[in-house]
Design a protein around this ligand. Structure first.
Ligand code: 13P
Length: 254
């Protein structure tokens, strides 16, 4: 099946109002025509600011996290999916390794956020990936399977017709050490095979994007892999020209 490429920008905790607004404008201007689904995920406090330049463009707005609680209520500091939609978001990242590592989000907590996102009408971008110790211990496939299985158990396989998966090996994030195209392909194929046990059609149609030190000079070789459907970009998304080069590299493989 031909899957339309998707490239998402994860700005993480960077920038200020002026930086975010300018970057959003430049990103829209340089990415809108690439034949790629583009999602921009700014820090939460800049969501409505970034929604301005994005409105009317082909670029979508995403959040970096959400509360697992669906109903509004006494949850100080939390932001639910309905609020994100109200601010113009259509996507939300769940299970990023930085939150798994520093906020204690285990597979079940991530699955609850995935479910809450979909209940609100958002498309979750589910991050999975192994640490270096897990890779060295030849546990990559088992780790990915467990991360995926927890979400399938909570949300059901059909939920993956309205989701994106991001394979982000922890050892490649922000390190300048990218997975080789073969390593990325092997992991993406393993993820697809895990889903195919439950539903081959959904496994074939779900977009699995790669994240971890994607740069303009390595993007094309990663995106040329048959099971790599785009990218989730951290550092390089903070420079409009670099991000645009990555988006256009994905478009070249659509
Ligand atoms: P880098 O592109 O900076 O390695 O970050 C990847 C990432 O974590 C995107 O979510």
């Amino acid at each position: 099946m031909a899957r339309k490429p998707l490239v998402a920008a994860n700005w993480k905790m960077h920038g200020d109002r002026a930086f975010g607004e300018a970057l959003a404008r430049e990103t829209v201007a340089s990415c809108d025509d690439a034949g790629v689904d583009v999602v921009i995920c700014p820090p939460i406090c800049y969501l409505t600011l970034v929604a301005g330049p994005l409105s009317g463009s082909g670029c979508a707005l995403g959040a970096q996290d959400l509360s697992p609680v669906v109903e509004s209520g006494a949850h100080t500091g939390d932001i639910n999916g309905a609020m994100l939609i109200d601010c113009g978001a259509s996507h939300v990242i769940v299970g990023h390794s930085e939150r798994r590592a520093t906020r204690g989000e285990d597979n079940e907590a991530v699955a609850a956020k995935f479910l809450a996102a979909q209940q609100a009408g958002l498309t979750p971008i589910l991050c999975v990936g192994e640490t270096l110790a897990e890779r060295d211990g030849e546990r990559t496939e088992a780790v990915l399977e467990a991360q995926l299985d927890a979400v399938v158990a909570a949300a059901g396989i059909a939920a993956f017709s309205r989701a994106v998966i991001a394979y982000e090996p922890v050892w490649a994030i922000g390190t300048g050490r990218t997975a080789s195209p073969d390593q990325a392909q092997a992991a993406h194929a393993a993820l697809r095979a895990t889903l195919a046990r439950d539903d081959a059609r959904i496994a074939d149609s779900v977009r699995i994007v790669y994240g971890g030190s994607v740069k303009p000079d390595n993007a094309a070789s990663l995106f040329a892999q048959p099971d790599v459907d785009g990218g989730l970009i951290g550092g390089a998304s903070l420079k409009a020209a670099d991000f645009a080069a990555i988006v256009h590299a994905a478009g070249g493989h659509s």
